[in-house]
Design a protein around this ligand. Structure first.
Ligand code: ZN
Length: 196
């Protein structure tokens, strides 16, 4: 299947996922102005990991997980962080891409929809950003940390909201995690920054 067909199937699966989770529906409307951007693939080592160990899905999340695995070779993977910040092992088993947003595979200014994958046994350190954020777990599981809030172990279908500029972090234990994340508000094109 072509990149366009694969990503069209993915954006439809992502929309169905959004529509099926009340927390995501309450966070933002699904963009109605999406335009295909024909963005080239940017391969990273994470493709091998997401293909071999995508993590356990629920019956509800399996269509999106499978669409994400199929799309993995066709997307513009990013790291944003440097080896000095997070280490080589982290960079080898982590990646994210912008499915929809100001610089996504589908363009919109109203929302940012990103996908992130982390292998098992990684510490994603404290970081922050201006836009408000909601994580949803598609497959696998991880421990989510948020300043002044209890740690939460999140599994497929679970969500967590991160307020503007609130430091948060994540730890994977024995499982990897595959997430779909929404941003809203000012700064949609920003990169997260490690907390000082
Ligand atoms: Zn965040």
């Amino acid at each position: 299947m072509s990149a366009h067909a694969t990503l069209t199937r993915l954006i439809e699966a992502a929309r169905n996922w959004h529509d099926s989770l009340p927390e995501l529906r309450a966070f933002a409307l699904w963009p109605d102005d999406l335009v295909w951007a024909d963005r080239p693939a940017q391969p990273l080592p994470v493709i091998d990991h997401i293909t071999r160990t995508p993590g356990h899905a629920s019956a509800q999340s399996q269509p999106l997980r499978d669409a994400l695995v199929a799309a993995a070779p066709h997307v513009e993977w990013r790291h944003s962080y440097t080896e000095a910040e997070v280490g080589r092992d982290f960079l080898n088993r982590f990646g994210w891409f912008e499915l929809a947003g100001p610089s996504g595979h589908f363009l919109t200014q109203s929302l940012r929809v990103t996908v992130g994958y982390w292998g098992a046994g990684l510490d994603y350190g404290w970081h922050e950003h201006l836009p408000e954020e909601i994580y949803s777990v598609v497959s696998g599981r991880a421990l989510f940390h948020l300043r002044d809030a209890p740690d939460l172990m999140l599994e497929p279908g679970n969500t967590r909201f991160h307020p503007a500029n609130a430091p948060h972090a994540m730890t994977t234990l024995t499982d990897p995690i595959l997430t779909l994340v929404l941003w809203r508000g000012a700064g949609l094109g920003d990169d997260p920054r490690m907390s000082q």
